[in-house]
Design a protein around this ligand. Structure first.
Ligand SMILES: [Zn+2]
Length: 131
């Protein structure tokens, strides 16, 4: 097993921003919540992500960019409506807080895509065994 064929998600917060240990005895470390441990969530990502950390990061950037472009406004309105994002006196949403939510959602989407990818791969493998 090579580390290049797996994505690591934080065991605590599911963030894909996990540093893999480079030294023997070192632990995986989450850059989002600070979690450290030996057992991150392993997500195989050969297809369709190409299998390198670089590709994975590109995928993350792209999903964040597209999500922000297409959804920041409508999703922002929902977040304001439900009280997650405060507005100033003129009714303008706090862009710093909104950006944080958008980034967190894109990260969650990325994790969800990888989990679904794992499920689909398992389903394919099971179908192969039955057939
Ligand atoms: Zn974490």
């Amino acid at each position: 097993m090579t580390t290049a064929s797996y994505a690591f998600l934080c065991a605590e917060c599911s963030s894909p921003a996990v540093d893999t240990p480079t030294l023997e005895g070192a632990k995986y470390k989450c850059r989002s919540c600070g979690w450290e441990g030996d057992d991150p969530i392993l997500i195989p990502f050969g297809n369709p992500f190409g299998g390198s950390e670089e590709t994975f990061n590109e995928f993350g950037k792209e999903i964040l960019t597209e999500f922000a472009k297409s959804s920041a406004l409508p999703v922002g309105k929902v977040l304001v409506k439900w009280g997650f994002v405060p507005c100033d006196a003129t009714g303008k949403p706090n862009s710093h807080i909104l950006a944080g939510y958008i980034k967190a959602m894109a990260t969650g989407m990325m994790a969800a895509v990888l989990r679904e990818c794992e499920r689909v791969e398992k389903e394919k493998a099971n179908a192969g065994r039955r057939g």
